[in-house]
Design a protein around this ligand. Structure first.
Ligand code: NAD
Length: 260
């Protein structure tokens, strides 16, 4: 029970990586807030956790909306008596070459990944600072926080930007014993990636198998996808780490695709 009674607000946790973090954290005794755009899936995920004996609620929130984020964090803090852990994880992917990207899609990508991270951080930090019991902020970056790939200009831009936000929160949060770190996964087979495989195949004029082998996993040491559990175990390690020694860092979990 490494996270006994810690309150974790996890965005985008009705699916994929966020959902697995919620499952692992619940197993470790945390009280879970499933904060997701998809209300039905958020409530269903929370119900699954409750059925397994955890304390969890589902909250519908669009992380790009200031009013909704503030309201969701207030609701969560009221339900569980504060906020100890924020996982800023909600994200989408849109792929095009730069010259074909619409301004609307560029802004949508930056809004979800960067505005969402800022708004949830601000709302949760207010509680962490006021509570006086410290806290942990984890941003879901990507190997694309360190490295670029074809067709992903706003995603790469936003994921690099999260490192800047993280470092600032690490410095400002230190006196409140609040730590901030970024997890940078390689490709994980979630709905977000399943959608990209045919899109990239079309855009690059290659087969779906070639996208997996020659694009997504080309530079890994073993040709393997990263798993949701690989990422969730890293998130558990970061949230349960006992001191400020580990703050302002970005940890790559990618089967060696990117080596620091
Ligand atoms: P996913 O599609 O399985 O889940 C994303 C969740 O975010 C969904 O439940 C969706 O409803 C929610 N969401 C989308 N827009 C939202 C919004 N505006 N407000 C609130 N919730 C919203 O995706 P995933 O692969 O689990 O991705 C989670 C995070 O991990 C993303 O930030 C993604 O960039 C990052 N990531 C994923 C991979 C990968 O290979 N899958 C690799 C590196 C980083």
């Amino acid at each position: 029970m490494q996270l006994k009674d810690k309150v974790a607000f996890i965005t985008g946790s009705a699916s994929g990586i966020g959902k697995e973090i919620a499952i692992v954290y619940a197993r470790e005794g945390a009280k879970i807030v499933i904060a997701d755009l998809n209300k039905e899936a958020a409530e269903a995920t929370a119900a699954e956790l409750v059925a397994g004996g955890a304390q969890a609620i589902g909250v519908a929130v669009d992380v790009t909306r200031e009013d909704q984020v503030d309201a969701a964090v207030e609701q969560a803090a009221a339900a569980f008596g504060g906020i100890d852990i924020l996982i800023s994880n909600a994200g989408i992917q849109i792929v095009h070459p730069v010259e074909e990207f619409t301004f609307a899609d560029w802004k949508k990508m930056l809004a979800i990944h960067l505005d969402g991270a800022f708004l949830t951080t601000r709302a949760c930090l207010k509680h962490m600072y006021a509570q006086g019991r410290g806290g942990t902020v984890i941003y879901m970056g990507s190997v694309h926080s360190k490295e670029a790939s074809l067709l992903k200009a706003p995603y790469v831009t936003a994921k690099h930007g999260l490192i800047g936000l993280c470092k600032t929160v690490a410095k400002e949060g230190a006196k409140h014993n609040v730590r901030a770190n970024v997890i940078c996964p390689g490709f994980v087979r979630t709905p977000l990636v399943e959608k990209q495989i045919p899109e990239q195949a079309r855009a690059l004029g290659i087969t779906e198998e070639e996208v997996i082998k020659n694009v997504m996993l080309k530079d890994t040491v073993d040709g393997e996808f990263t798993t949701v559990d690989d990422v969730a175990q890293t998130a558990l390690f970061l949230a349960s780490f006992p001191s400020n020694a580990l703050t302002g860092q970005s940890i790559v979990v990618s089967h060696g695709w990117f080596m620091q």
